[in-house]
Design a protein around this ligand. Structure first.
Ligand code: ZN
Ligand code: ZN
Length: 133
């Protein structure tokens, strides 16, 4: 059992998979759900608009994208996420496919989003299909 201090509220909690106490994790989950729902309803929304309507900071929305938790679709034309290496537009994460490939060649590994609990929040295409039918 590993005890840690929550980086958000400072409370001590038992570390399982995420570096957040259960309360803050639940709050973050709620924020993520709001952002995801808003984007689903208004695909043309800008980051600022989502932030305004959901009360979630643009910084947090960007984190969701960088973590690969929130994935943009081609309809989400007003949110631009760029590759940190070459600036090419990407839909999620930090690097475009080309740069991720280059990194892989150079270093052998590419840091990918944690395949843990966070996967639950990911938007899968199958999820959309289920919602529509
Ligand atoms: Zn906390
Ligand atoms: Zn790139």
């Amino acid at each position: 059992m590993e005890l840690r201090n929550c980086p958000v509220c400072g409370k001590v909690f038992v570390f399982v998979t995420r570096n957040l106490c259960p309360e803050c994790a639940a709050k973050e989950e709620e924020e993520f759900r709001k952002v995801k729902d808003y984007l689903y309803e208004f695909p043309g929304a800008t980051m600022e608009e989502i932030s305004e309507k959901t009360g979630v900071s643009t910084k947090r929305i960007l984190e969701f994208l960088r973590e690969g938790r929130l994935i943009l679709k081609k309809e989400n034309v007003n949110i631009l996420l760029r590759c940190e290496m070459c600036g090419a537009p990407i839909l999620a994460g930090r690097l475009c496919e080309k740069c991720a490939g280059d990194m892989k060649k150079k270093f052998g590994v590419v840091k990918t989003p944690k395949q843990s609990e966070d996967m639950k929040g990911r938007i899968h295409l199958s999820w959309y299909k289920r919602q529509k039918t």
